[in-house]
Design a protein around this ligand. Structure first.
Ligand code: UTP
Length: 406
């Protein structure tokens, strides 16, 4: 793209300020900027003034609960172990996030939660995978999603640590896309005079990015039919859990979702439900008082199961039903940038929007889902913050409860 073409593209979307410093740039910086303008998808910015996506009619959706799972545990385990041994299950680690709340410099996975010796988050997750490897006698493929901001460090770290004992040939990386960040009027910020401020486009882009990287084709070649998607920050995460795999396959659904009983009616987790008759997830802030007070036939809260970002998707269902176009979530954030004089600004409070797609929105595009209950004390220790709720501290305490020495 040349300068004139860049001007045309930007003028059409009211973003001409991106070229404000063009005259001051070196030839290399000009080329970088023009290439970024060419490759950036600015369409997410249209959502700046639109607010949230309009939702449909919600109804409760029950879950396969612990007592029933316990009763059928052996049966589900057999099915799950067999599927893993046949190579039908792969795992996808979502590790493209910025971890801004944790406030550490590096990717979340390289964060050390150890107390007496180093225990890196990636290491904890791989140890959990190794439990299943020992149980099934089978290694399964791990696809790791990174972003421009953390790809090199993530790859180098895992290589240096020899993948914590997991065979390298089972570990594959792919990059997610970036989205521009803007002020409250939808004008993109500049990070440098020659660089638009961008951030990872949310964890919902994983399937499209994996396809574009040729890795779903690779998964097909390997005979993988199911992908277990999981977040980097839950250090008690069970990955390719044979019971969960077995229950999902047995029920014939397109996706299985691990859920926990919420610990408060308005706990900050997405809640499993039906939306216009299809499985869906309603965000905690979208719950009406009526929904919070609704009861099921057992007299329990009807919207009582929160998702923990651990899903098993059927690849074929995604390929046939998933439309690719996802709702855009406009998230208020602190965005470092340069001002109109080229001075770097590190904001102390939110100053604009990032634009994200979320994996939970994929559920609604599929026709059937099995919410599968797990014990939160055993499987849910998310690290979002340094201290307090969902923090390094709370996750350490939960690891200790589960006999993990840190
Ligand atoms: P969060 O929504 O908690 O975001 O991610 P985050 O970036 O880790 O942390 P904050 O909000 O900046 O503090 C949930 C999971 O989704 C992944 C994260 O790496 C984590 O595993 N994720 C998030 C991505 O892979 N890409 C993204 O663009 C965002």
């Amino acid at each position: 793209m040349n300068y004139e073409e860049a001007c045309q593209k930007l003028a059409a979307i009211d973003q001409l300020h991106v070229l404000k410093f063009y005259d001051e740039l070196t030839a290399e910086q000009r080329a970088d900027l023009l290439s970024q303008i060419e490759n950036t998808d600015f369409s997410a910015l249209e959502n700046c003034h639109k607010g949230g996506t309009k939702r449909g009619e919600f109804a409760p959706l029950g879950a396969l609960e612990l007592p029933e799972i316990e009763e059928k545990k052996e049966y589900f385990t057999q099915i799950g172990v067999k599927a893993i041994q046949e190579g039908k299950v792969g795992a996808v680690l979502l590790a493209g996030g910025m971890g801004t709340r944790l406030g550490s410099d590096g990717p979340k996975g390289v964060y050390d939660i150890g107390l007496t010796h180093p225990v890196y988050i990636f290491e904890r997750l791989i140890e959990n995978m190794m439990d299943v490897v020992r149980q099934t006698g089978t290694y399964f493929h791990l696809f790791v999603m990174t972003s421009d901001k953390n790809d090199a460090v993530t790859r180098a770290f895992l290589k240096e640590k020899d993948y914590f004992g997991y065979p390298e040939k089972y570990v594959h990386f792919f990059l997610q896309k970036m989205a521009p960040a803007s002020d409250y009027d939808g004008h993109v910020y500049l990070e440098e005079k020659y660089k638009i401020s961008t951030s990872p486009n949310g964890n919902g882009g994983w399937f499209t990015s994996m396809q574009e990287a040729g890795l779903t084709a690779y998964a097909h070649e390997q005979g993988i039919e199911w992908l277990n998607i999981f977040a980097v920050d839950n250090v008690l995460q069970h990955i390719a859990d044979p019971v969960f795999v077995g229950a999902t396959l047995d029920s014939g659904v397109s996706v299985g979702a691990k859920v926990v009983h919420k610990n408060a009616p308005r706990e900050g987790v997405g809640v499993m439900c039906l939306e216009d008759g299809r499985p869906s997830i309603v965000e905690y802030y979208e719950l009406t008082d009526e929904m919070v007070e609704a009861k099921n036939e057992k007299g329990e809260p009807a919207y009582n199961f929160g998702v923990i970002l651990n899903y098993i998707f059927n690849i074929h269902a995604l390929e046939t039903l998933f439309k690719g176009k996802m709702p855009c979530h406009v998230v208020e954030k602190k965005i470092p940038h340069i001002d109109e004089n080229g001075v770097h600004i590190e904001p102390e409070s939110p100053n604009g929007y990032k634009y994200e797609e979320l994996v939970l929105d994929m559920i609604h595009q599929l026709d059937t889902c099995l919410p599968f209950e797990v014990e939160r004390e055993r499987e849910f220790a998310p690290i979002k913050n340094r201290t307090g709720v969902d923090s390094v501290e709370s996750a350490r305490a939960l690891c200790e409860k589960n006999g993990i020495v840190l």
